[in-house]
Design a binder for this molecule. Structure first.
Ligand SMILES: NC(=O)c1ccc[n+]([C@@H]2O[C@H](COP(=O)([O-])OP(=O)(O)OC[C@H]3O[C@@H](n4cnc5c(N)ncnc54)[C@H](OP(=O)(O)O)[C@@H]3O)[C@@H](O)[C@H]2O)c1
Length: 244
């Protein structure tokens, strides 16, 4: 049986991933976490209520999340999907708490979840994969989004170091980052509510939405699962869905 561990399952891409997986595969188990319960009602889905912005005890929460009942398993797949935009404003107009929460959810939590996953499963002789959901913002300067850009950038660098380290291992874990593109989720709706003064790129995001250029969460989930299932599509550590 394949085990999927997915963070941020209550909406958007994470919820679409869960629904797509449940519609495709009979033999699987999904362990999903977020603050809100998506109420999936399928015995293959196991929900864990975790607030990833609370860094205290994250290691213990991750250890509990990855605890598997004894039994046979084929693939073990971690998708660190949960993320937050944080307050949209220029540096110098922010509260320290905003940086702490944004870095904790977007960088620290997936880093600690990866750490615990690797500790727990490194020597397991099955296919193991980690996908960190990043953003094009990791490699772009977007005014008003300093914490978001910097936290996704940190996640990408963590991913590339981690992927290189795995080359030395007897049972290596595939470690990747995925930049999904611009997706029609609650996060995009939140982006469009920002003021132009605090977010000079607002018009571009309004136009993308008005012109119907956002990809659906469902189509995005399908593309992410193509990367999960097809090693031949995973050309680099830092992957983009744009060309899939
Ligand atoms: N939408 C886009 O255009 C876009 C573009 C590039 C990258 N991304 C990335 O894609 C990922 C998914 O985003 P989305 O667009 O699907 O956004 P979304 O609909 O807002 O979903 C975000 C998910 O993250 C979870 N989350 C946020 N804060 C959390 C916390 N403190 N503790 C636990 N879970 C938390 C949310 O659950 P709860 O609120 O229930 O906790 C929710 O399930 C994010 O990493 C985002 O940065 C999105």
């Amino acid at each position: 049986m394949d085990h999927y561990f997915i963070t941020g399952v209550s909406s958007g891409i994470g919820l679409a991933l869960v629904k797509e997986l449940l519609s495709q595969e009979q033999e699987l188990s999904i362990h999903g976490c977020s603050r809100r319960d998506p109420s999936i009602g399928d015995p293959r889905f196991h929900f864990y209520k975790i607030d990833l912005s609370d860094s205290s005890g994250l290691e213990k929460k991750a250890t509990d999340f990855f605890k598997l009942q004894a039994g046979l398993f084929n693939r073990l797949i971690l998708i660190n999907n949960a993320g937050m935009l944080g307050d949209v404003a220029f540096v110098g107009e922010q509260q320290a708490e905003h940086y702490i929460a944004t870095f904790t959810v977007n960088a620290l939590a997936p880093i600690i979840f990866s750490e615990v996953f690797i500790k727990q499963f490194q020597n397991t002789d099955t296919e193991k994969l980690i996908f960190n959901i990043s953003s094009g913002a990791a490699s772009k300067d977007i005014e008003g989004w300093a914490a978001y850009c910097a936290s996704k950038s940190a996640l990408d660098r963590f991913t590339t170091v981690c992927a290189q380290e795995q080359i030395h291992k007897t049972h290596p874990i595939g470690v990747y980052s995925i930049s999904p593109g611009v997706i029609d989720t609650a996060m995009q709706a939140e982006i469009r509510t920002a003021s132009k003064e605090k977010f000079p790129s607002l018009d571009r995001f309004l136009a993308l939405h008005q012109n119907g250029e956002l990809l659906s969460a469902e189509a995005t989930a399908g593309k992410i699962l193509s990367l999960v299932n097809r090693a031949d599509l995973r050309h680099n550590t830092l992957l983009s869905l744009r060309n899939l």
